[in-house]
Design a protein around this ligand. Structure first.
Ligand SMILES: Cc1ncc(COP(=O)(O)O)c(C=O)c1O
Length: 413
């Protein structure tokens, strides 16, 4: 792909954004559910399409032309992604289905293998269920103890309170870089440093951070970083667990099967090194290649441009929404402490009613608990409405959202 062209409107690269939705002629789509999944640019769509039309074959085991080419493309995708996230070696990039599988892999293979009853894992009150349930399952199985770091009323980490959760018993801290439900940007580097003071390992859930260009694993200093391709304009069903090579190499396999073995005999099996050791069976080949293309595309837009566009949208939407009577925005009070996600409630209407009325206007937002029920319990609410903006959204999309909110107010008073 070519270098950054800031005058180019990235919206034009996303074919789905020019469709209408709803019954009859419908309404032009305003897609503001980007924290759930991002739309896909032509470059990614065409890369996956080309793979299946011209290049499809299974990897690693073939001696024929197509298989060797597919293997090269898969390996190149790993190298591309390693470079994009600041990994020191492609072998640190394990392809998985997504963030959820990456965290389960660490819970099972890293923590499950070495933690003892009474060992502690620190998580926070703002985690997605993907970074809660695997640890609860582990706690039940092994007797490790979960410590929940509190958050402030504005949905932010209080570093002193976070620190007070640690002791010599802490073996791991697992926390999100950015809250999917509130948009809060956590002080991840400081949190990693606190965990390291206590000798704990650290897993960072990067599912939301990755889409806003926040991933540099070398700078972050964590031991594991997990993210999903679909949240960063890449395909579904592909994601990455980045891990320090020495840790990955010391971890037992997560699943057994083809491709992850060195030698299988009737008596025993020996395993390949990381990352193949963790990629049992035929992987999502087109997904990995598509994810490499997603990073190429984002580089061509330019991460500074991505962040600039998103911040402008956030500033505009935050100001307009703050003026609406009876509308409460949850999360940080300053837009400098959050990504382009606005989670809100309205006095008069349930979040699902807000979502449904906006949908009749062609505006797609998310309503509900956002897979963060402990956080909703903390706020003593069942859910919120959440508008999440991406670099390909326009100010017009915010205007259409505001028209929809006015309609909700008119309807519910
Ligand atoms: C912060 C966070 N963690 C984990 C996940 C789970 O990601 P996936 O469903 O792609 O595995 C999400 C998805 O919304 C998320 O926002």
């Amino acid at each position: 792909m070519t270098a950054s062209v800031s005058s180019h409107d990235p919206r034009a690269d996303f074919p789905i954004l020019s469709r209408s939705v709803g019954s009859g002629a419908g309404k032009p789509l305003v897609y503001l559910d980007n924290a759930a999944t991002t739309q896909k640019p032509m470059h990614v769509i065409e890369t996956v399409d080309r793979f299946y039309r011209h290049e499809n074959a299974n990897i690693h085991r073939g001696v024929h032309y197509l298989s060797m080419n597919a293997t090269d493309a898969y390996d190149r995708a790993r190298e591309r992604i390693a470079q994009a996230i600041g990994a020191s070696h492609p072998a640190e990039v394990v392809f998985v289905r997504g963030t959820t599988e990456a965290i389960n892999l660490v819970a099972s293979s890293f923590a499950g293998d070495r933690f003892q009853p009474g060992d502690e894992i620190v998580i926070t009150m703002m985690e997605h269920h993907a970074n809660i349930v695997p640890w609860q399952l582990l706690a039940k199985k092994t007797g490790v103890v979960l410590k929940w770091a509190p958050i402030t009323d504005t949905g932010e980490i209080d570093l002193d309170a976070f620190r007070s959760c640690f002791s010599e018993k802490t073996k791991l801290a697992a926390f999100t870089q950015v809250s999917n439900a509130l948009g809060t940007i956590n002080p991840a580097r400081e949190m990693v440093a606190i965990a390291k003071e206590f000798g704990a390992h650290v897993l960072v859930d990067g599912a939301q951070g990755v889409a806003h260009g926040m991933v540099n694993v070398a700078e972050l200093g964590a031991d594991f970083y997990a993210f999903s391709g679909h949240k960063v304009v890449g395909p579904d069903g592909i994601g990455v667990l980045w891990g320090r090579r020495e840790l990955l190499d010391a971890m037992p396999p997560y699943q057994g099967g083809g491709d992850m073995i060195a030698r299988v005999s009737i008596e025993k099996t020996t395993f390949r090194e990381s990352p193949e050791r963790f990629e049992a069976g035929t992987p999502n080949i087109s997904g990995a290649i598509g994810l490499g293309a997603a990073f190429d595309y984002l580089d061509s837009v330019g991460w500074d441009e991505v962040r600039r566009r998103e911040h402008e949208l956030l500033e505009y939407a935050f100001a307009r929404m703050s003026e609406v009577d009876g509308l409460r925005i949850l999360g940080p009070a300053s837009i400098d402490d959050k990504v382009s996600v606005i989670s809100f409630t309205m006095d008069s209407a349930h979040p699902h009613d807000i979502g449904t009325i906006l949908d009749t206007e062609g505006v797609a937002i998310r309503a509900g608990h956002h897979c963060a029920q402990p956080l909703m319990d903390f706020y003593q609410i069942a859910g919120t409405a959440r508008a999440s903006f991406s670099f390909y959204n326009h100010r017009d999309d915010v205007d259409r959202l505001m028209d929809g909110i006015a309609k909700v107010k008119k309807f519910f008073g």
